[in-house]
Design a protein around this ligand. Sequence first.
Ligand code: ZN
Length: 237
Amino acid sequence: MIDWKALGDETVDLLRRYLMIDTPTPPGNEIAGTRFLTAVLERDGIASETVESVPGRANLMARLAGDGSLPGIVLHHHVDVVYADRRYWTVDPFGGVIRDGYLYGRGAIDMKSTGIMHLAAVLAIKRARVPLRRDLVFLATADEEAGSQHGARFVADKHRAWLAGAEYAISELGGIEAHAGFKAPLGHIVISEKTGLPLQLTARATTTSSARSRIRPSARASSRTVTTRRWCARRSP
Ligand SMILES: [Zn+2]
């Protein structure tokens, strides 16, 4: 039986501590982050492996074994964050500050929060001894913000065994948003990142006159602009 309240409190605490680890890229110094993850995993008896692509740029993998009846799932996040200029922050970006019910910090969204949610899931599954059909691979990589050469690219090229048997990966972006103004929950699915994604769009219409046959891309573009403006106008905490 999982105590969800306790797990929630623990997850917030883990995220606060993760946010307090200074990993902006460059230089990244992700090893400070992976040391933290290693210690948390170790406390629950979960072994992990850390490899540096270059000194300080560390990548970590831990695996909960399934029964092999289905291929594995990778839970992936990046440890590095974007540079934070303290002049533009109302709180310490590496202070793990909770104010008015919100947790602030560089990486709170992109994407240490996801990493900690993955971590909490792994811990909860291990503690509850949930029998798994799929291997669950917890993967933390370096260098996402500047191209992934020392992180995901390095793992894919040099440590492919970490991904062995995996069928799916859950990583950055995507999710489900529900807002009062939405007619239905909005699901984001990201199928490609750090690479080109050529798409070909074909529009078909039946026409009765030359005037009607004209496609007006501007109509679409302007409605998108309005949507973007609405998003920009939304107040963040
Ligand atoms: Zn990111």
